[in-house]
Structure formats: C-alpha cells, structure tokens
Design a protein around this ligand. Structure first.
Ligand code: COI
Length: 356
C-alpha cells in the first residue's frame, strides 16, 4: 500500500507551477476513471460545520458498514469540468452553480452541505493538485466529481450523524462510445426515472442506480441510452439517464421545464442562454413525445455529454431519424459556441469561466 501523505494547499500550488502534463494516450480518452494524484476530503459532525479540508493521495476510503450512504442511500454527487486553454492555463466552468445545486440537493436529502466558498475552493485545490492530468487543449477535459455522503453510522432510518465531502478528478474524453457522432435513443415505456414529490430534481446517487436496468436493456438492443417519459401521463419527455433533452423545430428550441422530476442541468441552463443569445426562441414547457415525430433536430446536454446530437429515437417500435446520420446545424452551432467558451478559445461573453 502507498504511504498516506497528507498534503495541504501549499503542495497543491506547487503543482500549479509546473507545466508538466502526464504521458497518456490523449487521443483515445473515453469516459472511464483514470486515477489522478490527489483527492480533497473534509468531514462534518453534529455541529453542521465542515472542517478545513485537505488533499490526500487518491485512494480508497474507510466507511462504517452501518453508514447512512451504504444503508439508506444518503448521498449526492456533482460533476463539473476543467479545461486547458491554448496558453496552458486552466479554466473551470461555473463551479458555483454546482455548489448551489449541491446545497439544494443536500437540503432534500437531510444533509449539511459545504458553503459555496468552501466548495469552489475545494474544487480549485483538487484541480491544481492534479493539474498535470488536465488534457491538452482540444483533447478532453478534467472531470471533477464532488461527493457528499452520510458517512456516520445509523441503524434505524435517520439522517447520519457525520458527513464526508470528497472531490476526485479524472481526465475524460467523449461520454458516449459514438464520440461526437449522433446517438440512438429508445423511449422507455416500462420504467420511469422519477415521480412528482420524489428526488428526480436532485443529484442523489439513487436516481442513477435506478436507471441502470433500463439502460442495460436498451444497450443490449443496440441503443445508446434511454429517454424517459413522465410517470403520470406517460406522454411528456423527461430526460435521458445522464442528460437533459432538447427538441428543435425551425427557430424554436423546446426542452422539458424543470418542475421537480428532471435534473436542473447546468449545461442545460447554459445552452438555453447561449441559444437565446444566438436569436433562437427557447421554450421550457411540457414537451409531448409526439413532437419528436416532426422535429428537425434533437440533442442532449449534460456536463459529461456536453451537447450530444441524437440521430434517431425509437418509440413504440417506430424509429424517427434526424440529421441524416450527421450532426444537425443547430446542435453543431450550440456545441461549438459553448465548448469554445469553455475552452477559452473565444471570449467568455457570459462570464461563466473561472481562470485558475
Ligand atoms: C454529469 O454529466 O456530470 C453527470 O453527472 C452524469 C453522470 C451519469 C456521468
């Protein structure tokens, strides 16, 4: 076993002064874990306050078998990315939005959450400590995964007496194996992702475990992922297992409104603002599954998937195709606008990036 070296921010900032990049096959990065050097960790006890966190070598953590997260799923996660600019410096994309979303989710899950300031500072420390793992410009990004969990022991059903907040990071490329090529979705008519009054709008770990079965069946049939419908009417679009969905018709871009059963994606929100700034009319509303039939384009958004064009959707045995197997014009325009801003290739006219 590796010796545990404790490492505070000063060590992390030493990393920030080196221009070294690890020797990896950057051309073939997918979305799998590549272990990096350090992770950030802090705990919070009954007083509700997180201690000053520290960077420790990335590795396994000890968890009580009776912890809230293992027994009752009291856990949340976040996802955000850091990009290397052409000049070698690093940009974070809207980290305070993740901090705020974690606070909202923590409230729903009866957990304390770190302050926005502590969250953003912890993200910065983690990225700087792992700076050599941020891919070269245009080759991918460093995916940052904050985790908040009930680590204290419980037996009866109750909020845990102690919480652990961890951030680790991994270099990533494209999420779907199709790369940037359009993905093929199937509308799910048996399983549902969320119910009104449930936890569909927060990033709790259970939301992701519960979609694995539908996703597995879809993949076995050759689809990239599953598109969920609302549980009440079984008619309105909700989201894909790991991302939000948009439907394009002429100059109008529609997406399901955030009303408690879908995740308020940060990329979703950013794409809405980018689209409006480009002159599109964006509607957040109930989007019926029938609208897929005569849409010009469909695309998904998420931190991991970025903007992913949809090539086909199958619903009740009928397949509708978009973009003639290519990337639709609108999807391409929005993808390029967002990613060039995230990577620092164009001016950040929205003020969304944070330079490290
Ligand atoms: C993300 O896009 O960051 C997510 O959290 C989705 C996850 C399933 C990879």
């Amino acid at each position: 076993a590796r010796p545990v070296r404790r490492c505070r921010a000063s060590v992390a900032s030493n990393y920030s002064q080196t221009s070294e990049i690890v020797d990896l096959d950057w051309e073939n990065l997918g979305f799998g874990l590549v272990q990096t050097d350090y992770m950030y960790i802090t705990k919070c006890g009954q007083d509700g306050k997180f201690s000053e966190g520290e960077l420790v070598p990335f590795g396994p953590i000890a968890l009580n078998p009776s912890s809230g997260v293992l027994n009752y799923g009291q856990g949340l996660f976040e996802g955000l990315k850091a990009y290397r600019k052409p000049d070698g410096s690093i940009l974070l994309f809207r980290p305070e939005e993740n901090a705020l979303r974690m606070q909202t989710g923590a409230e729903r899950m009866c957990m304390p959450a770190p302050s926005v300031e502590q969250f953003v500072d912890a993200v910065k420390q983690t990225v700087l400590a792992n700076k050599r793992w941020v891919p070269p410009t245009g080759k991918g990004s460093l995916y940052i995964r904050p985790l908040l969990m009930g680590s204290g022991a419980v037996l009866g059903l109750a909020p845990a007496p102690e919480y652990t907040f961890i951030i680790f990071a991994s270099p990533v490329g494209n999420y779907f194996k199709e790369g940037l090529a359009p993905i093929n979705l199937i509308v799910e008519d048996k399983f549902h992702r969320a119910t009104p009054g449930g936890t569909g709008s927060v990033k709790t770990i259970g939301n992701y475990a519960s979609v694995l079965m539908a996703q597995k069946i879809a993949k076995e049939k050759g689809y990239s992922d599953v598109l969920y419908l609302d549980v009440v009417h079984k008619k309105y679009l909700e989201e894909v297992s790991s991302c939000n969905i948009f439907v394009v018709k002429g100059n109008v871009i529609s997406t399901p409104a955030v009303k408690g059963t879908i995740l308020p994606g940060i990329t979703r929100k950013s794409i809405i603002d980018v689209a409006v700034s480009k002159g599109f009319q964006v509607e957040e509303r109930l989007v019926s599954v029938d609208e897929l039939l005569d849409a010009d384009e469909v695309f998904c958004t998420g931190t991991a998937v970025v903007v992913s064009p949809v090539g086909s959707i199958t619903y009740q045995g009928k397949r509708v195709e978009y973009g003639h197997q290519g990337v639709g014009v609108v999807s391409q325009q929005l993808y390029t606008s967002l990613t060039s801003l995230q990577m620092g290739q164009t001016e950040d006219w929205m003020g969304w990036t944070m330079q490290l």
